[in-house]
Structure formats: C-alpha cells, structure tokens
Design a protein around this ligand. Structure first.
Ligand code: AMP
Ligand code: MG
Length: 422
C-alpha cells in the first residue's frame, strides 16, 4: 500500500499492511510524514488590507501591474550629466528633486544637480555623487569620471511589470507588506484564519487565579499553548480544563469538533490514561495513538473527529510544547496554506557533554550564546519533561537524532533556534 493512498481507518485497523507502521515505535520523521498525508489547506479565502496581512498565507499569486521603480532615477545626491561631456567642467543649470522632475532642455556642456530618487532626464546618462565633485560658481568639475550609467536605478530593476512577486502559500512578512505597497497594492487574498481550540485534561489542574488544594497544580499548558498558537497566527479558543471524566470530556470534545478546524488537548494520552481517551475517541472519530521514539514527548495522538483534526499532546509541560513544535506547528501551517514548512536548523559546537541513548530522537533545551566572535550552544541543564523552566531559559532545541549516543563536550550539534531576525 502506498502511504499516499492512506485513509486514517487503514492506519487504525490495517496497520499490518504497512511494513513501516508500528504505533508503538514510530520515528519522528514517520509520524510527521503520516500526519501530512491527512492534511489539506483550508479552501476558503478572504481579502485583507495590507495592515491586516502580517503572518497570513497568500491564496493567490501577486502579479505586478507596474514597474518599480517606475522611472530611471538617481541613487545618489549629485550631478546628472552626459558621460561623453564629463571630462570638462559642466555648467549647473537647475535641480531635479524626488517628486519634482527637471523638465527643461539640458544644453551641451551643462548638467543638473540631482537628489536621490529624482527622475533622470532622458538626455543625460550618468550621475556622479556630490562628494566626488568640486564646484566653483556655476561650474562643477568631476574629480574622476564614473562609469557610463553610474548611480542610476533603472526602471523595473526591482520589479518588472507582469512579474509574479509572491506565490500562493507565502507567509506575509513585513518586507512583503512594503513590497506590495510599492506596487500600489492595498489588499490581498489570503487563506481564512484557521480556528483552533484546545483544552487541558486532568483532575489535578487548577486555573490561575484560584487557590491550590493539596495535590493540585496550576494548569500551565493552556498558557504555553495559547502563546504558541497566537504566535502562529491562528484564531485561538481556550476551552479551559476538563476533569478526567468521560462525560465531560466527551461533551467538550464533540462540541469543539463541531465548531473548530483543529482541536488540541493536553494530558490523558499517556499509558494508563490512554485507554480512557482511546475509547472516547474510537467512539466518535478515527484517532491514532502513537508512541514516538523521542524524548521528551513520547505519546501523541492524531486523528479526525468529524471533519476536525485532533491532536492529543502529552500532559507534561515540556513534552506538550516539544510535541506541539515538532508535529502540530507544521500540521497547522499546512492547514493554513503554507508552502514552506521546513524549520531552519544549523550546527554549532556544544560546550558541554550530553547524556543520550541511541534509538530515539531527543530535543534537548539549549542556550545559544556568543563567545568572542563564535556562536556556541550549551544545554539548560536538567532535561526532565516536567522542568518547564528549561523551556523558558532555552532559546533553541538541540536536536539529537536516533543514531546519536552520548556526546563529548565540543561536539557539533544541530540546533533549531526559537527566534531569528524576525
Ligand atoms: P498526563 O499526560 O495527563 O498523564 O500528565 C502527565 C503529567 O503532566 C502529570 O504530572 C500532570 O499533572 C502534568 N500535567 C498534565 N496536564 C498539565 C497541564 N495542563 N499543566 C501542567 N501540568 C500538567
Ligand atoms: Mg492527566
């Protein structure tokens, strides 16, 4: 069976048809691959103004209706002249400003003063920067003749009329907003926002603002999940925390699946609790429970309830975030219409030794730091899946693949930075 022909039910019931499918020992790459088989972008689109477009995914190509720049213009403050006449002092007969072109004739032996961005009159061909000239009265002398055509920005050199500037699936960044404005485009068509709801499960969880009774803990996953979902740009709904009670879970899950594109839960998918959720999900949807060869974040559930996609994350706060970043984020981007999914990563030296067993992928929390001129990484120390402060201190994941074992200090490791320039 080709995995591209897969139905969720095939994976759930006919897993034996697939040589590489073992729900109890799934590699990170396999799990990503399987999830991707069941995703397609939202089909509805909407038109948004440029100021509302940041982080949205383009649904239609943007084709330029004009040249940018629209006219040859000066790249410098200086003098515009005919190259052939540049060997002799030139008489300055006027000034061209950005937005106020010089329209009179420029007789032989003459030039004009020109400002950055001003239109180049058709009868001159070169600009010299002011600092490379000397002026005496009306005459300007060039210290050195620049190349023919120097310091002129040509019509259409940034964007030519008819050029496709942005393609569907492109995430709108600040530079794109400027680029679109430079083309006179004030509105674009983007995929509609994805509606994502989540809730936490666990009898022990208490919402912030209420006092803790013995044995209770504050529900932190709802806040870290809120943060990661907001950062991606989906429409987020927090459905609160739900006790480990089948009736309450069933009600919340079904209502959410009816209303949202994606439902995410945390907790209740680990051994011991999984059967409980399994029965519930088996009754209403097709959900796969996997044990991923990874640390932290071993249990993960993925499936569909009605037409909603469902992700069941582990309850441990670090595991919940790591599984979100490594599986759910990419899936959400696909559903949002993103054309590019790859997370940038690179290699740097890790200054400390790393404890690790082969056979599973680890996402250790790391701190990228600069020593002299070189960027290096160190681990945040204690790597337990309940140590949420390690995620807060970290600014990257150190990704150690299944083949990697313990590492000595000074070894090159792969890192995924949490943030870049933008
Ligand atoms: P579970 O996956 O439900 O077995 O939970 C695993 C661990 O994570 C337990 O120690 C839970 O108390 C803890 N946990 C589960 N959900 C949350 C949450 N929303 N916030 C903080 N800790 C949680
Ligand atoms: Mg629980």
């Amino acid at each position: 069976m080709q995995s591209s022909d897969l139905e969720l039910s095939d994976l759930a019931s006919k897993a034996s048809c697939l040589d590489d499918y073992d729900p109890n020992a799934m590699s990170v790459t396999q799990a990503r691959h399987y999830i991707q088989q069941f995703l397609s972008p939202v089909s509805e689109t909407e038109t948004v103004t440029l100021k509302d477009s940041l982080g949205r995914f383009l649904a239609k190509p943007v084709i330029s209706g004009m040249n940018v720049p629209g006219h040859n213009n000066s790249a410098m403050d200086g003098f515009a002249f005919r190259h052939a006449e540049g060997g002799n002092p030139l008489k300055v007969i006027g000034t061209a400003f950005a937005g106020a072109p010089f329209t009179s004739e420029i007789p032989a032996g003459c030039c004009i003063k020109i400002m950055t961005g001003a239109v180049i009159p058709p009868t001159v061909d070169t600009v010299i920067m002011q600092e490379q000239t000397s002026t005496e009265g009306e005459l300007v002398t060039l210290a050195k003749l620049p190349a023919l055509g120097a310091n002129i920005r040509l019509t259409g050199e940034d964007v030519a009329v008819g050029q496709t500037v942005l393609t569907p699936g492109h995430r709108i960044e600040p530079a794109d907003m400027g680029l679109l404005a430079s083309l006179g485009i004030g509105e674009i068509e983007v995929y509609r926002r994805l509606k994502v709801a989540f809730f936490s499960t666990g009898d022990e969880l208490i919402s912030v603002g209420k006092p803790l009774q013995p044995g209770q803990i504050y529900d932190s996953n709802r806040y870290s999940l809120w943060g990661v979902l907001e950062a991606i740009g989906v429409s987020v709904t927090d459905l609160g925390n739900v006790a480990d009670d089948p009736a309450a879970l069933e009600k919340t899950l079904l209502e959410a699946a009816f209303e949202y594109d994606v439902v995410i839960t945390s907790g209740g998918v680990s051994v011991g609790e999984a059967d409980f959720m399994k029965q519930l999900l088996a009754k209403h949807g097709q959900v796969l429970f996997w044990k991923i060869n990874m640390k932290p974040g071993r249990p993960l559930a993925y499936g569909k309830i009605g037409i909603a996609h469902y992700f069941g994350l582990p309850g441990n706060p670090v595991s919940a975030m790591v599984t979100f970043y490594q599986f759910v984020q990419e899936a959400l981007k696909t559903l949002m219409g993103a054309a590019h999914l790859a997370t940038p990563s690179f290699q740097v030296k890790c200054v400390n030794a790393i404890k690790k067993a082969t056979g599973r992928t680890e996402f250790q929390r790391g701190i990228l730091f600069k020593e002299g001129e070189t960027w290096k990484v160190k681990t945040t120390g204690e790597q337990g899946s309940g140590i949420l402060s390690s995620m807060s201190r970290a600014n990257c994941f150190i990704v150690l693949n299944e083949q990697t074992g313990a590492l000595e200090a000074g070894t090159l490791v792969e890192v995924q930075p949490f943030h870049g320039v933008c």
